[in-house]
Every structure is written in structure tokens, then in C-alpha cells.
Design a protein around this ligand. Sequence first.
Ligand code: ATP
Length: 366
Amino acid sequence: MTPKTDFISTRNLSKHFGQVKAVDDVSLEIREGEFFALLGPSGCGKTTLLRLLAGFEFPNHGEIFIDGQPMGAVPANLRPTNMVFQNYAIFPHLNVKQNIGYGLRKLKLSSQKLEREVNEALVLIKMEGYGDRNSDELSGGQRQRVALARALIKKPKVLLLDEPLGALDKKLREQMQIELRALQQEVGITFIFVTHDQEEALSMSDRIAVMSDGQVRQIDTPERLYEQPVSREVAEFIGSMNIIEGGVSSRDNGMVTVHAGALGNFQARNTHGFATGDTVLIAIRPEKIAVSVEKPVDADHTVAGRAGTTAYLGDRSHFHFHVNGLDQPISVASPNLKPLSGRSRPSGKEIWLSWPAEAVILLPPG
Ligand code: ATP
């Protein structure tokens, strides 16, 4: 069966707390079986949107549909959803098996059936042999796996996850990201995952909704969000971006010629229907810019620069170059491929920066 593209949909959904528009006119559709992330800075409304889907909050305006059913005033316990929280919400007085089986208590299963279901869930979270452990004998990662199993054992249509890896240290968090994604693909349940960590969202999700001020700014695959952001806000929230103001001097056949002061004139794709005379933002990712001592002969665009500060980041370094006539330095990211002894720091030197035409993204001002 083809997955439903509008398995979950919200229409003009708004939730206000006094003057605060926590969720402001959000309409979106989530596919059946999708790993969908809500990403944005603290306070942008991610958790409120998740709680509206769960039925822990009710909207001031708008409607939610899950698998074709309007959720209206349906309370949380009657929705086909389940939620996993950041702070390992498992019961301290119950052991692992009892915690996992807790979700099924209302179904009054036979003890054999319950045992089978719980054992299957233990296999799913790779914790066979831990069933009789007490909760206080588990690591943070293990506790969060138990919380996941407890939520999944009821086989909800939708699992809502509110920063479930937020309390784990970086290494465990990265490991759990891979496990969680694999688990989601195994069970095939739609996951809606809240995070403020862009790398986490990029690495796990089928699609991401970037939010700010209660609104959804862009919904796209990780690749498209990074390569084709629609606004300065999204471009700067996902990774780093060099942004320089320019103007459109002419347009022709899907392309525009842009003048950008010290960077000269160049052509770029007219992604936003810009007209001659419009102000635009020229955006270029730091890793798309090459640095060379000699002026490159075959590059689409070159500009002379002078090396400034360097930020060493382990796997890569960020170099900042000054270009005459530009207020801000141009940031260039370069992988640290060679051993330390083979690398030279370009500080103070005259160099050339170059990039291909397709590296340039034009964005509306503001
Ligand atoms: P974080 O990443 O910090 O958890 P978030 O993106 O999940 O943030 P929300 O928790 O949804 O953001 O909050 C959105 C806005 O709504 C914030 O300004 C917050 O202070 C406000 N808010 C959320 N819940 C309530 C509430 N129960 N009462 C009043 N204001 C609230």
C-alpha cells in the first residue's frame, strides 16, 4: 500500500498563551512512516506543536487530523499517539520488564502474551537480559531505550518524541541517533521528533520543519534545507553561511546578473523571481569556497583576499579572509586532511578565493 502523504495534517493551527503566539497558523502534512523533525531555536513553539498533536494542549484555532480523523477535543489517552520525553520518564519502583509492560496493563493480556510482547520489545531495543534490572541500575541511554520500548509496545500510529536524546552526552547521543533511526525503519511507525540540534535533525530525518516565532519557515529534506534554504533565517540556522548584500542588474531566462560591490558582477539562478533593481542577499556556504595562492583560471568567480583569523575545529578549520571593500570577512571551511606538520596556516598572506556559479544561493533581503 502506498503510504498516505497526509497521514497527519494540521490546518491553520494556532495556540496562544496570553500574548505569546506559541504556535501561529501552522499548516503542514506528514507522511505515513516518515521520520519528521521539528527544528528551531528555544521558544520557537516545537514542544507546543508536539503537545497539540498529543492532545496535552488544545488549539485556539485550527484543526489536527490523524489518519483522516479530526482530533478536535479527543483527549490524549484516546489519540493514536504516544509520547517519549527528554527526562527518561520511567517508573523508579518498577523493573525494566514491568516498565515496558506498563503500557499494556489496560489490555488485560494473559501473562504469556504479555511476557512475549515484552520480550519482543526488549529485543527491539537490544536489551535482552536486562528485563529484571531495576531502573536505578540503568545508564541514561538504557533508561531512554526502556522509555521508547514502553511507548512502542502499544503500537501507536504516531510516536511523538520531545528532545528524547537531549540529556545524553555527545557520544551516546550520536550512537542513539543511529539506533533510533534504525528502530524507526524497523517498526515503520511515523515519528515526529523535536530537537534544537540541527545536526541531529539533518542526520536522522526524512524531512524537517524549521520553525521560528511559532511559524514554520520551511519544510524540506535535509539536503534541500541545507543546499536551497528559502530565507536568511533558515540559511543561518542550518550550518554557517556567508551572506553579502547585492542588487539585480538584469534578468534573463531564469538567471539574473547580480552586482555585489567588492565581489564584482556574476550570474546566478533566479530562485525567487527577482526583478531588475531588486536588493538580494548572496549566500555561499564556507565549504564551497576554494583558496589558492595563484589566481585560478577556470573558476566561475574569483576574488582577491587576505588571510585573517583561523578557528581550528578538529576535523576542519574555518579561515576568515578579508576582501577589500567588504565589511565582514569571508569564512572558508576546509577539512584537515593532512597531518599537522603538512598543514600551513595562511595568516596574513594574499590569496585568491574562488567558487563555482552553482554555489551561490540568492535570498530575499531581511
Ligand atoms: P525549547 O526548545 O526551549 O523547549 P520550544 O521551541 O519547544 O522551546 P515551546 O516550549 O513550545 O518552545 O514554547 C513556545 C513559547 O510558548 C515560549 O515563548 C514559551 O514561553 C511559551 N509557552 C509554552 N508553554 C506555555 C505555558 N504553558 N504557559 C505560558 N507560556 C507558554
